[in-house]
Design a protein around this ligand. Sequence first.
Ligand code: SAM
Length: 232
Amino acid sequence: MSYSIAPIGFIRCAFKQRLIIPRQPQLAPAARAVLELLPPFNAPCALEGLQKVSHVWLLFLFHQSLKDKTHLRVRPPRLGGQKKIGVFASRAPQRPNGIGQSLVKLERIETGRLYLSAIDLLDGTPVVDIKPYLPWADCPSEPVYNHLASSAPKAIAVEWTAAALAQAKAHALRLAEPVVELIEQCLAQDPRPAWQKPLSTQRYGVRLWDLEVRWHYPEAELICVLEVVFPT
Ligand code: SAM
């Protein structure tokens, strides 16, 4: 038996590649997005009442992982990328039906568009449903535990070269986006695979908006942003 679902809209955001997307929502408040709704869901009546809601659940498809083979056991980055656990004990993108869920902040609504922040989604992500966050139902009152992931990942320090900071500030003005904050909040999550010990000479890079951000690790727990430039 199979069922088919279709997107109600698509995410538009800075993240053109997966490398520095936070591993969960709420970790980078500067990670903003617009959810562009498709007809008929862009009709104002479909959004009636949502103005009274601060946070929404997005149900979406991990569209860039759909072709990946689903494994019954996965290696979450949080466990160092070595230890395996069952797929249903993880939030890995490689899932039986490729469905993700993120609790994000709803900043404002315009016709057919939801302005969101604190997202963990790739640009172009197909969204299949939106639901309001219900504090009394979605936040249990009895003690809650997850002994695999009891707290947010530890952030690492991020510093800038003077040139990179000036570049980021100039692009922030051009794009009217919080470029400096977004880069700092995302890199503080340390995008490097946990098992990788970087050499200080090794350069990393990722696309963000129409830019390329490049950095390196002068020390194991320190990132230095080197450049924020148009890709060559
Ligand atoms: N909060 C969601 C959940 O728990 O279902 C997503 C968690 S998942 C660990 C987040 C990661 O999925 C991001 O860091 C990014 O690397 C990846 N990702 C985001 N959007 C994606 C997409 N459309 N296709 C494939 N991978 C995606």
